[in-house]
Design a protein around this ligand. Sequence first.
Ligand SMILES: *[C@@H]1O[C@H](CO)[C@@H](O)[C@H](O)[C@H]1NC(C)=O
Ligand SMILES: *[C@@H]1O[C@H](CO)[C@@H](O)[C@H](O)[C@H]1NC(C)=O
Ligand SMILES: *[C@@H]1O[C@H](CO)[C@@H](O)[C@H](O)[C@H]1NC(C)=O
Ligand SMILES: *[C@@H]1O[C@H](CO)[C@@H](O)[C@H](O)[C@H]1NC(C)=O
Ligand SMILES: *[C@@H]1O[C@H](CO)[C@@H](O)[C@H](O)[C@H]1NC(C)=O
Length: 330
Amino acid sequence: MRSIICLLAFLIRIILSQTVIPPSTWNFTYPWPVHHYPLTNQRLNLSMAYMDIQPSSTATSTIVLLHGKNFCGATWEDTARRLLAHNYRVVIPDQIGFCKSSKPPSYQFSLQQLASNTKSLLDALKIPQAKILGHSMGGMLATRFALTYPNTTSHLILTNPIGLEDWKALGVPWRAIDLLYADELKTNYTTVRKYQQATYYVNTWKEEYDVWVNMLVSLYRSGEEGMAFAYDMALTTDAVLTQPVVYEFGLVKAKTLLLIGTKDNTAIGKAWSPPEVQAKLGNYSVLGKETAGKIPGADLVEFEDLGHTPQMQESERYHAALFEWLDRVG
Ligand SMILES: *[C@@H]1O[C@H](CO)[C@@H](O)[C@H](O)[C@H]1NC(C)=O
Ligand SMILES: *[C@@H]1O[C@H](CO)[C@@H](O)[C@H](O)[C@H]1NC(C)=O
Ligand SMILES: *[C@@H]1O[C@H](CO)[C@@H](O)[C@H](O)[C@H]1NC(C)=O
Ligand SMILES: *[C@@H]1O[C@H](CO)[C@@H](O)[C@H](O)[C@H]1NC(C)=O
Ligand SMILES: *[C@@H]1O[C@H](CO)[C@@H](O)[C@H](O)[C@H]1NC(C)=O
């Protein structure tokens, strides 16, 4: 009897020790219905948003699309429509801390944690194996996912992933999270557009890119949720800076494709590094080839005239290369 009471007290304590982080109320319209997967870790009850879209005829394969740090699941709409037309089931999560997922006021962000959250979602959806496609931070996450869950990852597709070099080893100083947070709080339309124009689109701009700038700015402007988002973005910057994947590319088992706009110059910490360090970082015309050399059997497609988001800048060309590879490697 006493032991049962002890057990009950123990269970109640565990339940009460979990803080419930409410689902996001951010109202940006997504192209397909958004589902919410309940996820409990780090003593938090969280809600992970995702889209899970079936093609009109029976799916032949599943692909998981991982968004980057400045994008959301919704940004994959164009790619997802094309994949659906090729009979793929498409699963598009928003990571914890991002977009329509809950935004903890504090969280131990790691690529391992986000990979584990994603795996847990796939398990709940009964998807034992999938192709994993990640862009930018989503590419770094996709790499960590492939390393951690080799049996789940049949194919790994990286579109201008970050993490192709170890920025801190190249001289990027560590930046305190409080300072990163202060940087995040300064975000506005002008700062986001200026950054994306220079990094994503090789100094060009089309009106259609504005939707993604406004999407991101509206997240920062979402009251308390926006403040939590800004803090989570500071925490994720710290996580990607301090947790390299670059030393483990040789261990990747999945069939891998790198799709690289070589005019990209993304590097975490470039903004607060001295000029001589800045000059060494983010040279994607070198990094794509280097990485393809490290991942066993990897294929590389380079876009000489494109930046950080080839899938947006030259959709037709990017997707032609993607499907050519998918059809070829099977
Ligand atoms: C989202 O909320 C904002 C601010 O409350 C409002 O201006 C906007 O119209 C809403 N958008 C949608 C799609 O409901
Ligand atoms: C947290 O989530 C778990 C299931 O994941 C649930 O059993 C528990 O009751 C939740 N706790 C609270 C306080 O809502
Ligand atoms: C992957 O599958 C192999 C062969 O079935 C098995 O030996 C291995 O333990 C699995 N690895 C993981 C990480 O589950
Ligand atoms: C946006 O932020 C930048 C940097 O903090 C600032 O210089 C600029 O005035 C702001 N622009 C607007 C329109 O608020
Ligand atoms: C990138 O590296 C290549 C080869 O070293 C060099 O020719 C090129 O100028 C570099 N690009 C930039 C933008 O630094």
